[in-house]
Design a binder for this molecule. Structure first.
Ligand SMILES: [Zn+2]
Length: 677
């Protein structure tokens, strides 16, 4: 038996996980040992003969489970970015066990008694602001897991959590299965309309699959979206579109539809046990929005102008299609193609002309330079560290004085063994209450590798978005681990990421970093102006496909009879009720809506992106009004939000930055939906 690296000190630079030595079989024994270890730590806190104090209870909880946390972060990161049959099997085996373990902690009655005793006298404990909030949130966490329920109800809560954990895991694995299973192989005569950057990436994908001389389209967003945008072959677009929107909804062993019904039924029961009418009410009770009415208010305020704008866009697209010889109504697989067509003629903008200016490497430098100018941190590459895949690059992050403050990993390319989408995560969070701990943050994207890799405007925004989350993790100055970095409310966590997107589109950034891949020349000023002018175009479509998904999420999680849901019928009925345009599909259809069903983080929470957009649009307008995207005083106040983590209430943080509460007006302007645009 070889040594298990999880049972030894790592001794690596930055205490980075020793990826070169970690193998799948190391995880199960480490999980088993460290779960037992945490259970013993919790037991010791719960049964302590000493009177409960903040230090011996709340701080002791912050200190517990460190080893389990360390190995779990490695596991879940690898299982998302670089999975294998072995890791997927372990994920399935352990999902329920982890859930059971967490519930055993959350429902430990002796432990809750101590927390509740402290909570009752919280104002007399002379706590600092972050400690006061930590105690309140710890207490609320126990209550929301069922700590105040009867023993029978607690047992049921545990059983539900275990089953849900397994269902979430299966849901994600089924989507990945359907994505891996499908590919569209093209030969030379199928390439009508496809520009060079796409051919290059599709040819690379074909070589990776042993299909030299062909071109492969996959279901990764970075492959399928440009295919639907450019392919002149309507038959191929239709086939690709149907495979893309059909993920997770194929009859057989990988069908996610029965899983959805069971997940919704269990969540509804969970909410009822805790005294809520439905899961959405339960979920939103602990959010910045606070209740269903506030979320519905926002979604409906956007829905009406968005559908109006989408209808105008459709008419333009239909006219372009007629000119192209298509006499029937345009279908969802036509939208992107004709939108590109109109964009080309109306704004003299051609995605294939724009893309050579968005070289991945340059956009990474742009993100680093923006962080340096706004927040005073520098990124320098470290090529001497053992990482889990050759695609991954590591950067040491230093502050103004040259002190190391963290490590940043960038994993940018799509791979068959990586889940789809883009996300930030961490191998270690920042904290300081037992000595300073440096964060190790990772950004994952799914860009189609080219030679060199070129991004669309949207993909460059995604790069900045995830980097904004990354900064939230890297800049954190929270003292306690559970308040660190992105551990904020779900509808606030997208604020630091979304506001950072605005700097990608800032003219200063584009002038400096949007340089041509071959000539190195900056983007011509006229092209830059056309690009910025075209940003309102197709926002009706983008807002409709997103908002419909958010409304569907809310309907699923307020449904009174989830056990009787026919997923396809439910989706049809809701979309009909809200007046979904026939030519637009919801951004994520239920059977692959991983935000909702591959975990519960965004369940009844998909609205969070739009909620945060009211903040980021309003927040960035402060920079515009100040006359500089890099206004130092505003940047310093914004940095406070990135540093604060969950140590303060989000609205309090926002008002401290902006000087007032946000309004929806800037959001409508930003999407070109305001009446006067
Ligand atoms: Zn995000």
């Amino acid at each position: 038996m070889t040594e298990n690296p999880f049972f030894e000190p790592w001794g690596t630079p930055f205490e980075l996980p020793p990826f070169d030595r970690i193998r799948p079989e190391h995880f199960p024994p480490a999980f088993d040992r460290f779960m037992a270890e945490e259970a013993a730590e919790i037991d010791a806190i719960a049964r302590s003969p000493d009177v409960p104090t903040f230090a011996n209870t709340i701080e002791a909880l912050e200190r517990s489970g460190r080893q389990l946390g360390r190995v779990s972060r490695v596991f879940f990161n690898l299982n998302s970015s670089h999975t294998s049959d072995a890791l997927e099997t372990i994920a399935r085996d352990y999902a329920a066990r982890f859930a059971q373990h967490r519930m055993r902690v959350a429902l430990n009655a002796d432990l809750f008694d101590r927390v509740a005793a402290l909570y009752a006298e919280r104002d007399a404990l002379a706590l600092a602001e972050d400690q006061h909030r930590l105690l309140e949130r710890r207490h609320l966490g126990f209550v929301r897991h069922g700590a105040m329920l009867s023993p029978e109800a607690k047992a049921r809560m545990t059983a539900i959590s275990e089953r849900l954990a397994t269902l979430h895991t299966l849901f994600g694995q089924n989507v990945l299965h359907d994505e891996k299973e499908w590919q569209l192989v093209l030969s030379e005569h199928d390439l009508d309309g496809l520009p060079p950057f796409f051919r290059s990436a599709a040819s690379q994908a074909a070589r990776e699959r042993g299909l030299a001389d062909f071109y492969v389209v996959t279901l990764a967003r970075s492959s399928i979206e440009p295919f639907l945008t450019f392919s002149a072959r309507r038959d191929l677009r239709k086939a690709a579109y149907e495979a893309w929107t059909g993920r997770g909804a194929q009859d057989g062993a990988y069908d996610n539809r029965p899983l959805i019904r069971e997940i919704l039924t269990l969540r509804a029961e969970q909410a009822r046990l805790l005294g809520y009418e439905n899961y959405a009410a339960y979920k939103l009770d602990d959010s910045m929005a606070k209740d269903i009415a506030a979320v519905e208010g926002l979604l409906h305020a956007v829905w009406t102008p968005a559908t109006r704008k989408a209808a105008a866009e459709r008419n333009e697209l239909q006219a372009a299609a007629r000119t192209d010889g298509l006499n029937e109504p345009i279908a969802p697989w036509d939208w992107r193609y004709y939108a590109e067509n109109v964009r080309r003629t109306r704004y003299a903008l051609d995605e294939a002309e724009v893309k050579p200016y968005f070289v991945l490497e340059n956009m990474m430098r742009a993100a680093f330079a923006t962080a340096e100018r706004l927040f005073g941190i520098r990124f320098s590459e470290r090529s001497d560290l053992p990482l889990y895949h050759p695609d991954v690059r590591a950067y040491e992050v230093r502050d103004r004085d040259g002190n190391s403050v963290g490590l940043f990993l960038h994993d940018n390319y799509a791979r068959p063994e990586k889940r789809s989408g883009a996300w930030m995560s961490s191998y270690r969070g920042a904290e300081s209450f037992d000595g300073a701990v440096m964060p190790i943050v990772v950004n994952n994207n799914n860009f189609a590798r080219g030679n060199p890799t070129l991004l669309s405007f949207d993909e460059a925004e995604t790069l900045f978005h995830e980097f904004g989350h990354g900064l939230h993790g890297l800049l954190s100055r929270a003292r306690y681990p559970s308040q660190s970095g992105t551990s904020v409310r779900q509808d606030f966590v997208e604020f630091p990421s979304q506001i950072f997107e605005h700097w990608m589109a800032a003219p200063e950034t584009l002038r400096r970093f949007a340089v041509h891949v071959e000539t190195g020349e900056p983007m011509p000023e006229a092209l830059l102006q056309r690009l910025l002018a075209a940003r309102y175009f197709n926002q009706g479509f983008a807002t409709v496909e997103y908002t419909a998904a958010a409304l569907l999420d809310l309907e699923f999680h307020t449904c009174a009879t989830p056990d009787r849901i026919d997923v396809a019928e439910f989706e049809r009925a809701i979309l009909a009720k809200i007046g979904m345009p026939a030519e637009i599909s919801v951004r994520h259809r239920p059977a692959h809506f991983q935000h909702l069903f591959a975990g519960s983080g965004y369940a009844a929470g998909y609205y969070a992106y739009l909620w945060a957009e009211t903040l980021d649009a309003d927040g960035f307008e402060a920079f515009t009004a100040a006359g500089s995207a890099f206004d130092p005083a505003l940047a310093a106040r914004l940095k406070d939000i990135y540093e604060a983590g969950d140590t303060r209430d989000p609205m309090t943080l926002y008002i401290a930055f902006r000087g007032r509460a946000p309004t929806i007006a800037a959001l409508l302007r930003h999407r070109g939906l305001a009446e006067d645009v």
